[in-house]
Design a protein around this ligand. Structure first.
Ligand code: NDP
Length: 483
């Protein structure tokens, strides 16, 4: 019998009102586990306890907070092999990516551990004589974190670590597709020297637990990563209580390949950016904007590279692309393949469901050629191992195509021209720009976020996270004259 994994409610591990099963998308015969689903009463109870615990935690000295975050980060890094295997087993990314994700999650905690000691305010003289001003940041309060399945440990960590660093309580609703990684991280956090109920895990469906959480007046701030429609609904709910909100919602990232590019580098970047994590990344290179001067040579190498990608069980050695996360996501991907073809794009390779020795959600990486930027496959986030080549006649046209999108998370250029690289870096309308690097893959100590439909609210990561997880207090002090 499989033991059901529990939620962390007001500091206690509790069963909820129902449970779900979690299966390995690489092999559906592999039951990862059973996971409880929080009830509405449990959500309210944990929010009440979080409020009490937050006041206590905020009063902890910076070294005590630093020690907590450092311990979480160190444990994640030292258990990257074990927890990365669990992550790959339930999400489907190849093992190297799963281990890398857990290690990176640890780095978010160790980075913010150090930030606990660097919370320095500002001071000023008042325009009024004899008055001094002290400006400092204080915790925002109880933070709801709603995270997606594609980076189940890293995305949650880049939200939880700054939330705790800046003195907040956290109520975390992870994606229901990847609960095992959520329980593993929560077990590590719960074991630390923190007030009872400072950190809650509320597994449950987005439509019930998630919706109730974002509608709650007991929440002071909501950090969300996921789809645009859900994000818009969360923003609408948040505004009813004037709750602070921060959202990151995917993109339609373009990689521009110029006629002076190192072609092998360009192909490597395109393949990694398009098919890493089965294309299920908000930073994926889903539009390849290619200069006519190198188009044919680039496309030949790209298609050969896509066809050579080894698709298979995420935990098998040598596998470069694992399965799609779920049957629903796979069906949506296949529908996009049909859509692209019906729109007039040419499917040069892949885009098919694959039969494997294990029963899972396998699909071959697909490349569309002769696509135009007005096609839906180039306007909507597919979140699939699919990429489209758009041929352009010049650098100027490339930049204009890159910027012609409702999204704006990342963009990249492959060129050996300093002038083009510099102009692109300054004029691409995205939150992240890369030069001779993939559109996916960012650091933890600098801001992350986008423009347009990609992001809403303050940036995440690095010192920029303070903007969301704190509120500024300006104090005026008249000390009088010493006698
Ligand atoms: P969702 O936006 O539905 O899910 C993201 C998170 O929000 C999950 O934890 C989900 O819970 C939760 N959620 C869902 N509905 C609500 C709600 N009403 N109130 C509060 N929380 C809610 O994304 P999906 O996982 O369904 O993926 C669909 C598409 O979204 C993808 O194909 C992709 O295009 C995009 N996406 C983008 C991501 C990114 O990194 N920017 C990440 C994930 C998805 P639950 O899992 O229980 O439904």
């Amino acid at each position: 019998m499989t033991l059901t994994k529990l939620n962390l409610i007001a500091g206690d591990w509790l069963a909820g009102e129902s449970e779900i099963e979690n299966r390995n998308p690489s092999d559906l015969s592999d039951l990862v586990g059973m996971f409880t689903q929080a009830s509405a009463d449990q959500l309210d109870a944990t929010l009440d306890q979080a409020r009490i615990a937050q006041a206590e935690w905020e009063a902890f000295g910076p070294e005590r907070k630093q020690a907590v975050l450092m311990a979480i980060g160190t444990e994640l890094m030292s258990r990257a092999e074990e927890l990365g295997t669990l992550l790959s087993r339930e999400e489907g990314k190849p093992l190297a990516e799963g281990k890398g994700e857990v290690y990176r999650a640890g780095q978010f905690f160790t980075y913010y551990a150090a930030e606990c000691l660097r919370q320095i305010g500002e001071n000023a003289d008042s325009v009024r004589p004899g008055v001094e001003i002290d400006v400092r940041r204080e915790a925002v309060g109880v933070v709801a974190i709603i995270s997606p399945w594609n980076f189940p440990t890293a995305t949650a960590s880049w939200k939880i670590a700054p939330a705790l660093c800046y003195g907040n309580a956290v109520v975390w609703k992870p994606a229901n597709i990847t609960p095992a990684s959520a329980v593993a991280l929560s077990e590590i956090i719960e074991r630390q020297d923190i007030p009872k109920g400072l950190f809650s895990l509320v597994m449950g469906s987005g439509r019930s637990v998630g919706q109730r959480l974002v509608e709650s007046p007991k929440v002071n701030a909501i950090s969300f990563t996921g789809s645009v429609p859900v994000g818009k609904g969360i923003a609408a709910a948040a505004i009813q209580n004037l709750t602070k909100v921060q959202m990151e919602m995917g993109s339609k990232n373009a990689l521009a390949v110029m006629d002076d590019a190192d072609l092998d580098l360009a192909v490597t970047l395109a393949l990694g950016g398009a098919f890493g994590g089965s294309g299920q990344k908000c930073t994926a290179s889903s539009r390849l904007v290619v200069h006519a001067g190198v188009h044919d040579a680039f496309v030949e190498k790209l298609v050969a590279g896509a066809q050579a990608i080894k698709v298979g069980h995420a935990l098998e050695a040598g596998v470069q692309m694992g399965p799609i996360v779920s049957e629903q996501q796979l069906q949506e991907n296949l529908a996009y393949v049909d859509l692209g073809t019906s729109e007039g794009a040419e499917l040069a390779c892949g885009g098919q469901r694959l039969e494997m020795p294990h029963d899972g959600f396998y699909m071959s990486p697909g490349v569309f050629l002769n696509s135009t930027n007005d096609m839906r496959i180039n306007r909507e986030e597919m979140f699939a191992p699919l990429t489209s080549v758009i041929k352009v006649a010049s650098y100027d046209e490339a930049l204009s195509v890159v910027n012609d999108t409702n999204f704006g998370l990342t963009s990249g250029i492959v060129t050996q021209s300093l002038a083009r690289a510099t102009h692109f870096r300054r004029n691409a309308r995205t939150g992240v720009v890369t030069v001779n690097l993939p559109t996916a893959g960012t650091d933890y100590h600098v801001p992350f976020g986008g423009r347009g439909d990609s992001s809403y609210g303050p940036r995440e990561q690095g010192k920029a996270a303070a903007e969301f997880y704190t509120t500024v207090k300006t104090a005026y002090i008249s000390a009088g004259t010493p006698v």
